[in-house]
Design a protein around this ligand. Structure first.
Ligand code: PLP
Length: 369
């Protein structure tokens, strides 16, 4: 199966392997044991397209989806009626009606949001489902420990709606030895004990790999599904989902003394074969990869030379001097995977993925293992 979207004459190609995505889902699911594996598809499915991600993950058996915003939740619901959909950013004034209309579950992040949902449900005499988020160490979203204790002491608001999920989020899940992992797990378990019983969820991708004590009833996998390592610095158990190829649009032989690109930032040390490739920072190829990134032509390395422009990069293809305009180079591929490119760029796979641009032809394929 090949499904293509994006501009029809695009010179660079982003290939997304839905087979790898499904296998990644099943791998995380098997690590999670008897806990449910929900999928996080915020930010347009981490940049890869919410529709294709939703369909493939549903095929792989996923029943529960998380997004960040209410608009993302509505987009998801418009695509499919079946799955359970939560949005994480919290129930803002005026949103309750929209949630009910679209069967979307809000996350209640503070006592005011809990009261808003409880009153809405009481008024409509309908106990609609919602998640309650308690903060155990992120200091970002969720009830403070003090507010959680107050809720546990007086849980009457929770009786007015369907308290379907208790969630919290780990700050240091990708650092297995960090003491916060055990502290957050213990505070979460303690709060869950004190509150009325419900489904409990603490772990995101990295948390799954901390072990069963972090799994509770549901894990929420995001970035690992798309191929980013949940355990930085260790062998990546996930399959690569994306392959990003840029097209060579011109080649040239350069002699010293000459420079390449804006700012004349790179000076050639000797005769060099240069390829100009149609992808730049407007396509999400990080500008920080100027003189840092490495593309591949087959298995031959072609370092980025000079600055990354908006629409173009220049490569030293002296190792593959026969490469011609029209040929493709791997910007993210088997020899330079998402995590390694992100690291060279001084960022993380999450950011690289979610910034992938919209000028690529996007090819959705499905490989079999
Ligand atoms: C983004 C997010 C996730 C998914 O995290 P990954 O590290 O991408 O697996 C899970 N839970 C919450 C609350 C999030 O914001």
């Amino acid at each position: 199966m090949v499904d293509e979207t994006g501009p029809s004459c695009a010179s660079s190609v982003l290939t997304i392997d839905l087979g790898a995505l499904k296998r990644n889902y099943r791998l995380i699911s098997s690590h999670a044991g008897t806990s449910e594996c929900a999928a996080v598809v915020k930010a347009d499915g981490y940049g890869l397209g919410i529709g294709p991600m939703l369909n493939a993950l549903r095929d792989a058996g996923c029943a529960t989806f998380f997004v960040a915003t209410l608009d993302e939740a509505i987009a998801l619901r418009t695509l499919q009626q079946g799955p359970v959909i939560y949005y994480l950013n919290g129930l803002m004034p005026g949103e309750a009606d929209i949630c009910r209309t679209h069967s979307i579950r809000p996350t209640l992040n503070d006592p005011g949001q809990i009261e808003r949902w409880a009153e809405y449900c009481a008024t409509g005499r309908e106990a609609l489902p919602a998640a309650v988020h308690i903060d155990t160490g992120m200091s970002r979203l969720g009830l403070t420990p003090h507010e959680t204790a107050a809720l546990a002491a007086a849980p009457d608001q929770l009786q007015k709606f369907d308290f379907a999920l208790l969630l919290s989020h780990l700050a240091c899940g990708d650092t297995p030895d960090h003491p916060m992992n055990a502290q957050q797990r213990d505070s979460f378990a303690g709060a869950a004990e004190a509150l009325p019983p419900t489904t409990r969820s603490l772990a995101a991708s990295s948390g799954v790999f901390l072990g069963p004590a972090w799994h509770f009833d549901m894990v929420r996998a995001g970035v690992s599904l798309y191929g980013v390592s949940p355990q930085p610095g260790r062998p990546n158990p996930m399959e690569q989902v994306i392959h990003l190829q840029g097209k060579i649009v011109q080649t040239r032989d350069v002699d010293t003394p000459q420079t390449v690109g804006y700012g004349a930032a790179h000076r050639f040390e000797g005769p060099t074969k240069v390829a100009t490739v149609a992808a730049g920072y407007a396509d999400g190829y990080p500008r920080s990869l100027g003189d840092q990134g490495v593309a591949y032509i087959g298995n031959r390395a072609a370092p980025v030379i000079g600055r990354v422009s908006m629409d173009l990069i220049t490569l030293d293809i002296s190792s593959a001097p026969d490469a011609k305009p029209g040929e493709m180079v791997d910007l993210i591929g088997p020899h330079n995977d998402l995590d390694s490119v992100a690291e060279s760029a001084g960022t993380i796979g999450y950011e690289l993925l979610t910034r992938l641009g919209h000028r690529y032809r996007r090819c959705y394929i499905e490989t079999t293992a």
